[in-house]
Design a protein around this ligand. Structure first.
Ligand code: DHB
Length: 305
């Protein structure tokens, strides 16, 4: 019932839910746990760089009832670790998120990973000054990045692009033009809203790096995610993975209603329930589907026609 695929069947997913990059996907143990989780359809890694990075000083992540703020600073084990991690089950697609953060580093990482790796190109990390963070807002820079990066891939490579949130119709038109030119297998929309600010109970900014500014995720951003999925769907894009603000089955159902093919969960999987959230969301999503007489994921979008 929850089966879906990205890229017209090229990336089959037994379950339409999986983790957002950055959440429970940095270490061997975390990836192994995602691999074993029965309620996710893919394993997606932390966005990687050439060298391992410790990331920013703590506290660098904070959440409240409405969502989260982070400025983790690309803490990761380096691309070689992610390119050599092996699924013990061999059942789910394994997707390597690539941060770069420079175009040159992204090309190096891609050309060194195996030919049949699937990539999610992170063009939207809000927590690095220069690099891929806001590239997708600039048409020429976006094209140039994808031109170079796709040249370093095999012709048959499967890849997606993790987009930042867009706001205005012209931005969606412009991004769609670039995406249609390069035809990725999927886009993931969207990354956290950059440069937000949350105040903690101690009356100070909630996280330490960058004077407290960081990427906002969780329930705060669900309307933005819904709008981004809907705007791209309207423009007839490739497969769409919705990401941002999903913490229950109804949230996932709504993203599928506006045109997502699969749904990632970030902030809600950082809660004490951890990966348990996938079981909960999967069962609530099944219940929603039964209530609205949907037998398969693609029936949900039809309800909104
Ligand atoms: C980080 C945050 C992001 O939103 C992202 O897409 C990649 C990395 C980070 O700060 O580690």
């Amino acid at each position: 019932m929850l089966t879906t695929s990205l890229g017209d069947g090229k990336i089959p997913l037994d379950v339409c839910l999986y983790n957002a990059s950055g959440v429970h996907c940095t270490t061997q143990e975390e990836l192994d746990q995602l691999d074993q989780c029965k309620y996710t359809g893919a394993v997606l890694t932390k966005s990687c760089t050439i060298e391992p990075r410790l990331g920013n000083d703590h506290p660098r992540y904070y959440d409240d009832v409405f969502g989260s703020i982070n400025s983790n600073g690309l803490c990761n084990e380096g691309y070689q670790f992610y390119s050599s991690w092996k699924s013990k089950q061999q059942k789910k697609p394994y997707i390597i998120s690539v941060a770069g953060p420079t175009v040159e580093d992204t090309c190096t990482i891609i050309s060194e990973c195996s030919n049949n790796a699937i990539f999610e190109l992170n063009m939207s990390c809000p927590n690095i000054g220069k690099g891929s963070g806001n590239l997708a807002y600039d048409k020429e820079a976006f094209q140039e990045y994808l031109r170079k990066v796709t040249e370093s891939m095999g012709n048959e490579s499967l890849y997606g692009i993790k987009l930042p949130p867009f706001w205005f119709p012209e931005q969606f038109d412009q991004a769609t033009e670039v995406i249609n030119e390069f035809r990725p297998t999927f886009v993931t929309t969207c990354n956290s809203i950059p440069n937000g600010l949350l105040i903690g109970d101690h009356n100070k900014v909630a996280i330490q790096p960058h004077d407290g500014f960081g990427g906002i995720g969780g329930r705060y951003i669900k309307p933005v995610t819904l709008a981004n999925v809907a705007q791209f769907k309207k423009r007839g894009l490739c497969s769409i993975v919705g990401c941002g603000g999903v913490s229950n089955g109804r949230d996932a159902f709504e993203l599928l209603l506006v045109g997502a093919d699969a749904v990632q969960i970030g902030t809600a999987a950082m809660s004490p329930t951890g990966l348990g959230v996938f079981k909960l969301v999967a069962s609530q999503l099944r219940r929603q589907m039964k209530a609205f007489k949907c037998e398969k994921i693609s029936d949900i979008y039809q309800l909104n026609k």
